[in-house]
Design a protein. Structure first.
Length: 101
């Protein structure tokens, strides 16, 4: 059994950063998913895939995996490069080329 430890990315549909500060432990699939012949639903006998654990820090997530003997892989977050800009920068007069829409 292996697990992934990562920090989730910001939701692309909203500008907020909710649920992006915690570290998440997600278990990988142990058994492949199968399609049930009667209803056509996808199912699996692996119940740990439904478990998502949230931790305040990366160290706490790693300590949990060590305590329970779970092999894990850590994925570092890619921080976006933020450019400081203000509304008044749209009307600045010392531009090298003219500003248009």
């Amino acid at each position: 059994m292996t697990a992934r430890i990562y920090r989730p990315a910001k939701n692309a549909m909203q500008s907020g950063t909710a649920k992006t500060k915690d570290w998440v432990v997600v278990h990988e699939l142990e058994q492949p998913r199968v399609v049930e012949p009667l209803m056509g639903w996808t199912s699996s006998g692996d119940m740990k895939q439904q478990l998502t654990l949230r931790f305040d820090s990366r160290e706490a997530a790693e300590a949990y995996c060590h305590r329970n003997g779970i092999a894990y892989q850590v994925f570092e977050p890619n921080e976006p490069a933020r450019r400081k800009a203000s509304y008044s920068d749209n009307f600045i007069t010392r531009r090298s080329e003219p500003w248009t829409h």
